[in-house]
Design a protein around this ligand. Structure first.
Ligand code: PLP
Length: 359
């Protein structure tokens, strides 16, 4: 097709993609209950999108301190304080590191036993602070207490970014209350390629102050001037494929109800799995608020042996993790294809392996 596979960087290069991605951006904000005026950059990954949001945050925070980041860069710039969860995802640290925030300079906010930032122990924030929260802790599926933390951060003049790679989709479900108050943040990262089930290379950088993202990501050249909402000015890429169209298609296909039903079903299936496993003698380590089930067998050796046996069985696959210093496995329910029968079969497999390894 002549109209397809153009460079989808701006309206001039690909009018149809520009329009579809603008619609997709609006739908994403509606489905997630985020401010309608937000810019939505369709990037390759939550990693890249977190990087672009943090770049926008830094540029804006420094501008408010009277510092011209584009002109003068980092040397001599006012120091920013980055406060993030003790259990922040490794890719958030990667984004920070790539942007020049030293790992020894980060300030960690202590979490409670469920992996949520404890508001009573939140480090001090000011107008030079970037606070990074999470929707969906990678092991426990828990949410930081946004309604309490974000107003405090904003009152102090800090920028609040939320890593919601998978957990932000809770906002489109009947469990939206888990992320109450999240809409008050300044920027959010969300993946399409996890819970929305779009093909890989599909994520979103969502920024309340559209001009902050557009300014940080601007790549206008004499031969390629684009508007502030052009994807080339909202993402790292200059040339790009029509990345957001898969998100448009998934949302058009599911609709708001279909999206809610899919997320609700996975949350229900995660609980089903957790109940079957704890009835069968496993230790379920999290409260299963979302689609993650964090599990341990009787000993660390048995936990590892069972996980390896499942991986070798060809019937299911899940990875190892560590929770509070000890091995566990992390079952994540997120495929649109997963049925209750699949969940039952997985539970039976795990119970059988536990009986065998206990014998
Ligand atoms: C997967 C994940 C990321 C990274 O997302 P990519 O799209 O793989 O870069 C960041 N944060 C959380 C909580 C995740 O689960």
């Amino acid at each position: 097709m002549l109209a397809w596979d153009q460079c989808a960087s701006s309206f001039n290069n690909s009018p149809v993609v520009d329009q579809l991605e603008r619609v997709a951006g609006r739908w994403v904000c509606q489905a997630l209950g985020l401010p309608a005026q937000s810019a939505v950059g369709f990037g390759t990954s939550a990693t890249a999108c977190t990087l672009t949001c943090i770049a926008a945050a830094r540029r804006k925070l420094l501008a408010e301190q009277g510092w011209d980041f584009d002109g003068d860069g980092l040397t001599g710039a006012p120091a920013l304080r980055v406060v993030l969860s003790e259990t922040a995802h490794v890719t958030v640290k990667k984004a920070l590191r790539v942007l020049g925030f030293g790992m020894n300079q980060l300030i960690y906010a202590p979490v409670d036993e469920r992996g949520r930032i404890d508001p009573a122990r939140l480090p001090p924030l000011d107008a030079r602070s970037l606070l990074i929260l999470q929707a969906g802790e990678v092991n426990s599926g828990e949410f930081d207490p946004f309604a309490e933390l974000i107003p405090r951060a904003r009152a102090a003049g800090a920028w609040v970014h939320v890593d919601g790679a998978f957990g932000l989709w809770a906002r489109a479900s009947s469990s939206a209350h888990l992320a109450a108050g999240i809409e008050q943040a300044d920027s959010w990262t969300c993946d399409g390629h996890k819970w929305l089930n779009t093909p890989y290379d599909s994520a979103m950088a969502i920024c309340r102050d559209a001009s902050a993202l557009a300014a940080a990501m601007n790549s206008d050249a004499a031969y390629a001037m684009a508007s502030a909402h052009a994807q080339t000015n909202l993402t790292l890429e200059f040339s790009r494929r029509a990345r957001g169209v898969a998100i448009w298609a998934a949302l058009a296909n599911l609709g708001r109800d279909g999206l809610r039903r899919m997320i609700d079903r996975h949350i229900r299936q995660a609980r089903l799995l957790a109940d079957a496993l704890s009835a069968g003698g496993y230790q379920v380590l999290n409260q299963v608020p979302l689609n993650q089930v964090l599990v341990r067998a009787d000993s660390d050796a048995q936990t590892d042996a069972i996980r390896e046996a499942v991986q070798g069985s060809g019937e299911a696959w899940f990875g190892p993790t560590r929770w509070q210093g000890r091995p566990a496995f992390r079952l994540s329910v997120s495929s649109w294809r997963t049925t209750d029968e699949d969940i039952q079969a997985l539970a039976e497999l795990l119970l059988r392996l536990k009986r065998q390894s206990g014998a």
